[in-house]
Unconditional design. Sequence first.
Length: 451
Amino acid sequence: MDTVVQWNIRGLRSNFEELKLLLNRSQSAVVALQECRLGEGQVPPRGYTLLLPQGGSTGGEAALLIRNGTRFSEIDLKTGLHAAAATISLEKTLTVCSLYLPPSSPVSKLSLAELFEQLPKPFLVLGDFNAHSPAWGDSRRDGRGRMLEEVTAENDLIILNSGEQTFVHSAYHSTSAIDLAVASPSIAAECSWAAHSDLCGSDHFPIFLTLSSNFSSNYLKKKCLKALNLLRVVGHTDRGADRATLLKLYRTLVRSKLDYGSVIYGSAKKTRSEGPGPYTSSGPRETTPIKSLYAEAGEPSLEHRRMKLAFNYVLKLKSLPRNPCHEVVFEAPLDWDAEEANKFHEVLPNLGEDLHRRGEGAGRKLETAMFRLRVGHTWLTQSYLLKNEDQPFCYACDSLYTVRHILIECLDFQDTRKKYFSVTDLYRLFREVNPSRIVGYLKDLGVDGNI
């Protein structure tokens, strides 16, 4: 797996030591930096090459750090935006672009679209966009946020953010999510996004993007976010579709994706998927509670719907005995029912009971002895299998020497057995008799060391 880091460092010189620690921890081959504020003679950390925008400002508003030895090809971007990009060979070849959009400088939809057009796919655009929208976890939506929603939807791009806050405003003690990772679809499914827990001297959290070829439920989330981007465009409050149409689109384009496989994914950790569909459809204020959105839209919460679908699946499966999953879900114990020749079957005829708990707290040695006795395999009775010898035989009883024979049947041991217990079958023995009495009986026989 490869890790790509993005960070608005707010001064390379002032946070140089923190950056070195971050590089040492992440072992990242690529770091997208913003607001480097490069001074005269500033050098990159040892082992890395600093890549700045070609023909642009040398102040490092956007820059890439690329580990020495990593093959890359710099891209000459034709843009007025603060951006630096390179095509980099990791486990797979991809383009990484570092972008900084100052909050006070106007940014047009066309300039962003033209930037995306110049980047060879698959690509990641990582940077401080200074754009606010609930679509990526911010508490409000501004004009730049709406514009970014539209341009990513129109260019079939996916915002990878999980909803965590990425920026801390020191003066107002507020947080926002303005550091974004924008990906082309083919690479989005392979990316895992996570914000660092430490600001590391900046007022922006470093962000780690882990690239893996393994499929995960993140792919499902990104597919839904892509559909939501379309809903946001169609649902513009000035010229958009009506609420009923938007809800139909949500149920068709988004909820259907969440429903698919929800029986499997329902046990995964909670996500921030709640709310965007009804939110986009109804156009409420940001302060509106999510439960109110669902109630007004006539929609169950996603958690409730997942549970309902899981129960529906079980009930439907119960009525389909020829379904290959039916046997696994409803008939698995039957496999054990057929194991009557198994020595343990007499002790545990029905699955589910935890006999191990009867020996808990008595010490590891006693627990181990009781386990071996319950399953009927001890050194005394089964070592012949390892030695390639004949099975031991009780000549007094004219019977095979088994755990059952020793504990229950042997006539030679009858008087000794009565001092410890009087049960006549293994089922009752391991439920009604204290484990210490069973082991005491074996000690009296002098065979406890061969269990």
